[in-house]
Design a protein around this ligand. Structure first.
Ligand code: GLU
Length: 218
């Protein structure tokens, strides 16, 4: 189980997300990545190895945008690789996930039967696909996350963004930690206080089964 940082802010969030991931490096990980939402489009950068390797790709092609999610991965399902690194994208949504989805194989089979194509070996991509499917059907992201987590067995902390909802990040947790960081005109999610302490000292621990939506204002 590794690290999550997410933000909804007035300023570009990618540098904040990278700084947050660097504070989580002490936990160990095999790959990292981030996704930013700008002008209704999700852009992503991922790399195997150290956060600075992902950062080098980002610096070569900076991703502006005030809404984003980021992750350091400790592989449980699928080898450490760029394709298995988070965020995972399905339709209009991108997701980062800490933990293990125990029933991912049956969920994956059902999604394949409905025509979904997978691009990684992770359990996480199943969660992306379920949320993406519902957003495609017109559900709000928060509702799609609430309906999806009901189908999951296992442990998760997740952060999700949707091209339909710039300025918003939805998180959920069960069996893995997730905190909200409360800033001025900006809000954060993190798997660990270390990830957020550079941005705010005001934090709120989520409880088991909580779903949370953050925006710049609230
Ligand atoms: N089970 C997920 C994967 O293998 C998440 C691992 C983690 O917690 O970093 O990609």
């Amino acid at each position: 189980m590794c690290g999550i940082v997410a933000a909804a802010a007035q300023r570009d969030v990618a540098p904040l997300l990278i700084a947050g991931l660097k504070s989580l490096e002490y936990r160990g990980y095999d790959s990292s990545g981030l996704a930013v939402l700008e002008a209704g489009r999700i852009e992503r950068v991922r790399a195997k190895g150290k956060v600075r390797e992902m950062e080098a790709l980002y610096l070569a092609r900076p991703l502006p945008g005030g809404t984003g999610i980021a992750h350091t991965r400790w592989a449980t399902h699928g080898v450490p690789s760029e394709a298995n690194a988070h965020p995972h994208i399905a339709g209009k949504v991108a997701i980062v996930h800490n933990g293990i989805i125990e029933n991912y194989a049956e969920l994956r089979e059902a999604l394949i039967a409905r025509g979904h194509q997978f691009h990684s070996e992770t359990d996480t991509e199943v969660v992306a696909a379920l949320i993406g499917e519902q957003v495609d059907q017109g559900r709000r992201l928060r509702e799609a996350v609430m309906a999806t987590v009901k189908q999951l067995d296992g442990a998760y902390a997740i952060a999700v963004i949707s091209e339909d909802e710039p300025g918003h990040v939805v998180g959920a947790r069960y069996g893995a930690p997730l905190l909200v960081g409360i800033g001025i005109g900006e809000h954060f999610l993190g798997s660990d206080a270390q990830a957020l302490i550079k941005f705010t000292r005001q934090m709120m621990y989520l409880e088991e089964g909580d779903v949370v939506e953050i925006s710049r204002e609230k």
